[in-house]
Design a binder for this molecule. Structure first.
Ligand code: ZN
Length: 265
């Protein structure tokens, strides 16, 4: 494709991205703190560069192409190794004061509970992220052949296959995880009153159908009746990578908003 037909470049980076395009990444083998990534990319790419994290990229994808189309108030919950939320208010992604809104994964679920990757104790991520689910499996059946100690993807895939075969240990693990997820969803419903909550991320892709069943039953008990009745809960149905699609859509949004601003002048 000729360069003049490309509107820009969208990048999604796991971690926190400041309004100035500085990125901090909290993955174990990346030691990025306050890296001026947008400026570094802009120096080498002669096109507008749009940068944000996967929570917001997948929220934009759901708003444009997914289950949140035509919805105003939306929470997109990412379940993967990390856990977080992308929030949209009146159809627009909510960034917060310093672009860190949506750290729902690090809100507390269990006082003095398990520790997460980021070092906080008892947060949602430590119970419903992939390492949390592995921890749950280890507690329920320490010798389970489903547990692949150094491989999160293999363990979650083994759980998904075992669930399909009706395995009682896998069912117990997902029931326990679904309860934690249900409480965290109820907190989100009470606080934010969304029309729709979409579950996305690789853990949701693999075991989301089973998790959602247990989470719904628990959330219904813990959420207040009025906001709960107005909330739909759905799994991501975008058949491509929603984070990449969302990163590309950030470019579209940037182009349209620049065109609108120029038109007004
Ligand atoms: Zn945490």
């Amino acid at each position: 494709m000729p360069l003049e037909q490309v509107l820009g470049v969208g990048v999604s980076i796991p971690g926190q991205v400041g309004p100035d395009g500085r990125a901090s990444v909290f993955a174990s083998n990346w030691n990025w703190r306050d890296v001026p990534l947008r400026d570094m990319l802009a120096e080498r790419i002669p096109l507008p560069v749009h940068l944000d994290n996967p929570l917001r990229a997948s929220t934009v994808a759901e708003l444009w192409f997914g289950a949140a189309r035509d919805r105003e108030n939306v929470a997109v919950l990412t379940l993967g190794t990390g856990v977080g939320a992308g929030l949209a208010i009146r159809g627009t992604v909510y960034h917060g004061a310093t672009n860190t809104a949506g750290e729902w994964g690090h809100t507390n679920l269990v006082i003095d509970g398990r520790q997460c990757r980021r070092g906080c104790v008892g947060c949602v991520e430590a119970y419903v992220g992939a390492p949390g689910i592995m921890h749950q499996l280890e507690e329920i059946a320490p010798d389970s052949p489903l547990l692949r100690p150094d491989d999160q993807t293999a363990t979650i895939n083994a759980l998904a296959a075992a669930l399909a075969a009706g395995d009682p240990v896998a069912e117990q693990v997902i029931a326990a995880t679904g309860r934690y997820l249900g409480i965290a969803i109820a907190n989100m419903v009470n606080l934010f009153n969304p029309q729709i909550i979409v579950l996305t991320g690789w853990v949701a892709d693999s075991v989301g159908g089973h998790l959602i069943r247990h989470a719904r039953a628990t959330a219904e008990r813990y959420a207040l009746e009025e906001p709960w009745e107005g909330t739909e809960i759905a799994l991501c149905a975008i058949d491509r990578n929603p984070v990449s699609l969302g990163a590309a859509t950030l470019v579209m949004e940037g182009f349209l908003s620049a065109a609108t601003t120029n038109g007004r002048r």
